[in-house]
Design a protein around this ligand. Structure first.
Ligand code: NAD
Length: 331
């Protein structure tokens, strides 16, 4: 039976990713899609026909009919569209990065707070099932190595690779290391676009943990990997192929648990490696992410990736970007 009070949501920006948002929103119970809005009338009409929803001619009309706005427009427009949606009393789902500047993110957060509206940001890797399986693990990372490589496409190049790709790993790392960042070093270069296409950053945390992040959008092949090292344990998370592997070193050989292998580490049988490859649920991360947004609105609870955590990731990303920009000017 249909819920008499569905969450009414409008999709703003129906380009490459907005199309997938519409596809997934249609599968979520208790959601009513109030329509879509795109500054390209042609694209709006094509998507409206394809998904059987209304293409609104004005953003104000769409917002007036909605409880929530799903903002999937280019990053440079997130602030302006987000402000307008808040002024129309909508909860916000904003694709990543939250905004282009920290000041804009702070203004959105203050505005949302005053109006008691929620902001969720599309850091989708938090919903990647290969990452989610870490949730039950005792995590205390000392060193994290992140690689995110992608072939060149024009989409997304309105912002440097740091705001386009690296911000995903910054967000994951900040959620894994519960300690403030105390030092950053970074370098990067423009290769194919007018902004930085490949970058490396090293983050040092107050608790001594270190993260080394490499991001490229000019790679021949794709890779999205996170390697987490801590005392006696190593986690390898392949976010692209959705494979998580856990290696633990123990003194006594335990009886292998489900999905586990036990092997001696040295010739004297004094240490053993327990290897586990957990089953990864076959979930659609975007679907899970949008369901989480709807549930958060229903329960009036802060979403997992809320405006505050997204603003922290943006702050680190902008620091990295500014550091690289200064090198370019100096060099
Ligand atoms: P896109 O260029 O394919 O689509 C953007 C659409 O927004 C276009 O149809 C355009 O006409 C429309 N548009 C532009 N300005 C608008 C405005 N002011 N109001 C309404 N519509 C407007 O871009 P995309 O690849 O779909 O990316 C959109 C957003 O999603 C970006 O912020 C990007 O960073 C983000 N993104 C996130 C992920 C992820 O992994 N979470 C992946 C890709 C893109």
């Amino acid at each position: 039976m249909r819920n008499p009070n569905p969450i009414k949501i409008g999709v703003i920006g129906v380009g490459h990713l907005g199309n997938f948002h519409l596809q997934q929103l249609k599968t979520i119970p208790d959601v009513e899609i109030t329509g879509l809005y795109d500054t390209s009338t042609e694209r709006a009409e094509t998507m409206a026909r394809e998904h059987g929803v209304i293409a609104h001619r004005s953003l104000t009309d769409l917002l007036a009919a909605s409880d929530a706005a799903d903002i999937v427009t280019p990053t440079l427009t997130h602030f302006e569209v987000g402000q307008q949606a808040l002024e129309n009393n909508c909860h916000l789902f904003i694709e990543k990065p939250i905004t282009q500047t920290i000041e804009q993110a702070q203004t959105l957060l203050e505005n949302a707070n005053q109006r008691q509206k929620l902001i969720q940001v599309g850091h989708i890797e938090q919903f990647n099932p290969a990452f989610r399986v870490l949730a039950g693990q005792p995590l205390a990372p000392r060193f994290i190595e992140a690689h995110r490589l992608a072939p060149f496409v024009d989409r997304g190049t309105d912002v440097p690779v740091i705001l386009d790709l690296m911000i995903h790993d910054i967000d994951l790392i900040l959620s894994l290391v519960q300690s403030p960042v105390c030092s950053i070093s970074a370098t990067g270069v423009k290769v194919a676009s007018e902004s930085v296409d490949i970058a490396n950053a090293r983050l040092e945390f107050e608790n001594g943990a270190i993260a080394n992040i490499t991001s490229s959008r000019i790679s021949m092949y794709k890779m999205r990997k996170l390697r987490i090292f801590q005392e006696k344990t190593y986690f390898s998370v392949d976010l692209l192929n959705r494979i998580t592997e856990i290696y633990r070193v123990v003194d006594q050989a335990p009886a292998p648990g489900p999905d586990e292998l036990v092997k001696p580490l040295d010739g004297n049988n004094k240490k053993y490696v327990v290897y586990r490859k957990p089953q990864i649920p076959k979930e659609n991360a975007l679907n899970q992410e949008l369901r989480h947004f709807i549930d958060s609105i229903r329960q009036s609870a802060q979403p997992l990736v809320n405006g505050y955590s997204a603003a922290k990731a943006l702050e680190v990303a902008i620091h990295i970007q500014q550091m690289i920009d200064r090198q370019a000017v100096g060099g």
